[in-house]
Design a protein around this ligand. Structure first.
Ligand code: 5AD
Ligand code: SF4
Length: 539
């Protein structure tokens, strides 16, 4: 085993391939011994630090898979790594500060291990902010935009796994006042990674499947269209092939991913199989389908995988995130009719006031949103609904904030992910006055979360006494003050039901990854607690 100081210095940018170990700095080779040496390849051990959304987590699985396929190994932790890949989020300033605040630590790690290389990727890296990046992230050796991530191993000189035609084609497009990369190679590189088994999936029973990259929407506060470029869909057959592979491998749940997953397919070629799909959007920017596939057709295709005799299907299918523009009746009908599609939808509303929605560029009204909620609830009884809300957006008055509280009380969401507005440089909203003071944004946020906590608790209490199917995710290690772990019943397990409720119950470790029937006995605002059906209560 080479010691850490013997590891090669990873070249960055256009460096030759790291096939053999270069002479180590400061070493005095004994030439007489050379002929006994083997041609060793010492590849770095890596650590991927992922921030942000599930799309980032999925991208990190792909990068880790590429590094493993190149012969690298996963380090025990960030401090042991010779290569650190940071997959950033820039949705709010706080997400970027998490990484900026670690530059000092990374600098010290580099002093201790001169071979250490740091790569920064994800949404903080854009086509037009290279200068800023170097000042902001001094410990970083290489910056990759999200669309450049498939180049990781090649840019490090680690492997020729990425072929030339999959690499940068340098296409860019102006998005507002910024520039975004529009290269559409991501669907192709994903397909290659799937075919070659180069995705280091972090979990054995639940899988993420990206289906559309980028975003075409018009939200004025959002950095995503600038960070990830316009929407580019993966082909129908590629997605079905990946899902088929997951079904064969025994995965029980998959989540289709995209910044706007329900607009999938509009940019694909018309296809005879989808000639019956004609309608378009009713909200937002108009768009006709004209024989192109839509997410309803995709869900039906995935749902049918288990129908052929002898082939296993995926029991649970989810998709995030949906934009109200693309929540068509066809999609609602597919959700209602496909047994595998879970009874849960995350449908960000952002505000309960039409004027604020207009300034946010959401292009729907509260009434239109409520109409969607009614249609969903009529078609999928018991569906659980979650949403995103921003408090203190530019010009939001107290009365407009009250309208958002009113919307919460009307819809009664199962869960709300809320954040105070954070202006993002380069987005259209920076031209509006950020005139709600920080303390006021925070007060509104806290008031909103408190209102939601009461609603969440009431909705969860309605689960008490019911049975529900839980896919067990993990063992939750009992904390010392956790008096609730009942001795003798084994560790406390945590999983989710189809409605995406977090459920805790006791049971043996072997249940991790299994579907278990749980009888709900207690409820809190954020989770349910129950007992495995069939387990005696005095165990
Ligand atoms: N400030 C605060 N929250 C934001 N979001 C997106 N951009 C911003 C911003 N600039 C929130 C939205 C979105 C979620 C992913 O993050 O609610 O739905
Ligand atoms: Fe963050 Fe959005 Fe990028 Fe996800 S897509 S990492 S939420 S900025």
């Amino acid at each position: 085993m080479p010691t850490r100081s013997e590891l090669p210095t990873l070249p960055v940018l256009d460096a030759p391939s790291l096939r053999t170990r270069p002479p180590r700095a400061g070493a005095r080779p004994d030439t007489g011994l050379e002929e006994y040496g083997t041609e060793t390849t010492v590849l770095p051990s890596f650590h991927v630090w992922t921030l942000g959304c599930q799309m980032n987590m999925s991208d990190s699985e792909e990068m880790a898979g590429a590094l493993l396929a190149a012969g690298c190994s996963e380090a025990a932790g960030i401090e042991q790594a010779d290569l650190i890949v940071i997959n950033t989020c820039s949705i709010r300033e706080a997400a970027e500060h998490k990484v900026i605040g670690r530059m000092g630590v990374l600098g010290r790690l580099k002093e201790a291990n001169p071979a250490l290389r740091v790569v920064l990727t994800g949404c903080s890296v854009r086509a037009d902010n290279q200068g800023v990046l170097q000042r902001r992230y001094p410990a970083v050796d290489l910056f990759l935009r999200p669309d450049e991530e498939p180049e990781l191993t090649a840019r490090l000189g680690l492997a020729g796994l990425t072929t030339a035609d999959q690499l940068g084609d340098g296409r860019f497009q102006r998005v507002g006042r910024s520039v975004a990369a529009t290269a559409d190679r991501l669907p192709g590189t994903r397909a290659a990674a799937v075919e070659e088994g180069r995705i280091a999936r972090s979990r054995g029973v639940k899988a993420w499947v990206p289906i559309v990259y980028g975003c075409d929407k018009t939200c004025t506060y959002c950095i995503v269209p600038f960070a990830r470029g316009p929407e580019r869909s993966r082909p129908y057959d590629d997605i079905l092939a990946e899902v088929g592979q997951l079904a064969e491998a025994g995965y029980r749940e998959l989540t289709l991913l995209g910044q706007n997953v329900n607009s999938w397919g509009h940019d694909l070629e018309p296809d005879r199989r989808f000639a019956h799909i004609a309608g378009g959007r009713e909200l937002g920017r108009k768009q006709a389908r004209d024989g192109r596939p839509d997410i309803a057709a995709l869900l039906r295709g995935i749902d049918a995988i288990g129908d052929d005799e002898g082939s296993s299907g995926i029991g649970r299918v989810r998709f995030v995130t949906s934009h109200p523009w693309d929540l068509t009746d066809r999609l609602i009908a597919a959700m209602a009719e496909c047994a595998s599609v879970c009874e849960h939808l995350h449908l960000p509303v952002q505000s309960g006031d039409d004027e604020v929605l207009r300034r946010m560029g959401r292009q729907y009204t509260v009434e239109a949103y409520l109409d969607l909620v009614d249609r969903l609830r009529a078609a999928v009884p018991g569906i659980s609904l979650t949403t995103d809300i921003i408090t203190g957006f530019c010009g939001e008055t107290e009365a407009q904030f009250e309208s958002t509280l009113e919307l919460l009380r009307r819809v009664r969401f199962d869960q709300v992910f809320a954040a105070a507005y954070s202006p993002r440089p380069g987005t259209p909203a920076v031209r509006l006055a950020d005139d709600v003071p920080a303390a006021e944004k925070k007060r509104r946020l806290n008031e909103l979360l408190a209102a939601q906590e009461a609603i969440g608790l009431e909705l969860n209490q309605a689960w008490v006494g019911r049975r529900t199917e839980v896919l067990v995710d993990e063992i939750r290690q009992p904390r010392q003050h956790d008096h609730e772990v009942v001795a003798g019943r084994g560790p406390r397990l945590v999983g989710r039901n189809r409605e995406h409720k977090l459920v805790h119950f006791d049971g043996p470790e072997r249940l991790v990854g299994e579907l278990v029937e749980v009888h709900i006995e207690r409820a809190g605002p954020y989770a349910l607690v129950g007992r495995r059906v069939g387990e005696p209560d005095h165990a």
